[in-house]
Design a protein around this ligand. Sequence first.
Ligand code: GDP
Length: 552
Amino acid sequence: ATARAAQQQQQAEQAAAALTAEVLQREVARRRNFAIISHPDAGKTTMTEKLLLYGGAIHEAGEVKARKSSRSATSDWMELEKQRGISITSTALTFEFGGCQLNLLDTPGHQDFSEDTYRTLAAADNAVLLVDGAKGIEPQTRKLFAVARMRGLPVFTFVNKMDRPALNGFEIIEQLEKEFGLQSYPVNWPIGSGDRFVGVYHRPSQKVVMYEKSGAAGRAKGARRSEYALTDPELPSLMEPDLWEQLQEDVELLEVLGDELDMDGVMAGKVTPVFFGSAMNNFGVELFLQTFVEQAARPGPASTRQGVDVAPTSPNFTGLVFKLQANMDPKHRDKVAFVRVVSGKFEKGMKVRVARSGRTVTLAAPQRMFANERQTVQEGFAGDVIGLTNPGAFAIGDTLVTGPTLAFPPIPTFSPELFAYLRCAPNQKKPFLKGVEGLLGEGAVQVLYSTDEYITDPVLAAVGQLQFEVVQYRMKDEYGVDTTLEPLQYCVARWVKGGWPALEGVGRLFNTTVMKDVYDRPVLLFRNEFALQQVLGEHGPKLGELSPFALP
Ligand code: GDP
């Protein structure tokens, strides 16, 4: 009888394991995780709202917008940070479309631009490049794209605001090629622009989708559209003759570009499917979303420092802490750690180990943002993002595990563009140093030091002005230290790969300041890109490689 019981037990366990494997397969296969990269004002908020609308997550466009404007309307720092209290809202949004679960990671822009913006891309599987059709590629897009490129993310391009006078579609394609080395595959093509943007030609189906401008109602619920085959005899009568002529010409030209989408190229981040539309008017957004869920990269295997890859369907849970956020609301003095699930199943209340410290932590109150509601998470799978209240156990780049101890490669720090000495009154040195160390550990800011041993004040280095404000505010609020900032006139930093020996080899560098980071590695600071180029021109070969990124 015991043998039979043992056999039954074994069978039950096998069945349970098979079931778990099946659930993991299914859930991972329907996850799509992405971040939007764009320049402020290109329409990211509007696009997000429309995506949520199609995802059925919100019912009226305007809900996301309202949140954004209530936030940016106030410039008061405290107010801003109170809004940040609901920090989880601005990190990851989850919605459903076409049977898939989409996780949209927010990359804060404007005055919120910070290293978190970059780090968020470390947790993304796909990038959606949002381009203003009139302006083409803009500076902030370039910076974010560099990170997407470093990570080899597939890039999907949406050219927005086609209802305004826009650049010619071919010009945009040329920019993508010239600036980013991206080869384009236009999935749809605009018919007219500005007031005369009447529709798009969808190449895979060879259909023309004509939109009706239906005012505010259309914007909120989705524009009315009708579809015609390109060969439909009625079609020419539906648009002005010159648009029809142009369309036929464009279709021919597009064929020359090639009509096969190279999916391997897309997955390698070398070819980008391109879409044209207007987020505000809801033109082309649904077409985009349909193609995106089909083509976007699924959560994939992740490499580790131990040299083994972790499959997303592995039964052991692993997660990556990619962002820490302090809650500034005094009523909720908590810190939130954002974790991307990399493998296995996340469950509320589960115990995990922090690979770095070996500490075991119970994940008690996990949260996520579903559409625009904050929810407690019961379970999660690869590609999902979960907010955890951070008992101080987590650091950026931490790996959480349930199985064998593994660690993901560290998240690099990115070239700061703003630098300033941080100072305090002499009698506050002690809490000051403690505060600097604490904030540094959280990744709120980078810190550099002068190579002159008599200058001990730390230099804060950031990618966005807000990071400085956060540091000063928290120094006062959490460590009781009043600080002053003395801005420095640098805007480019480069790590010397060859370290101090490489630097010694070149002797004195003009128009360059040498500092050291917290790992005592040399960092070169330049006033502008030109100064950097000059140094490279003169000393490049001897100096060796200069990197805009550094690994902790
Ligand atoms: P974000 O800064 O990238 O989040 O941009 P927003 O979504 O806030 O959009 C910036 C401005 O562009 C707002 O005034 C939007 O109403 C407007 N906008 C967004 N999409 C479109 C579009 O498709 N056409 C036009 N004409 N304006 C748009």
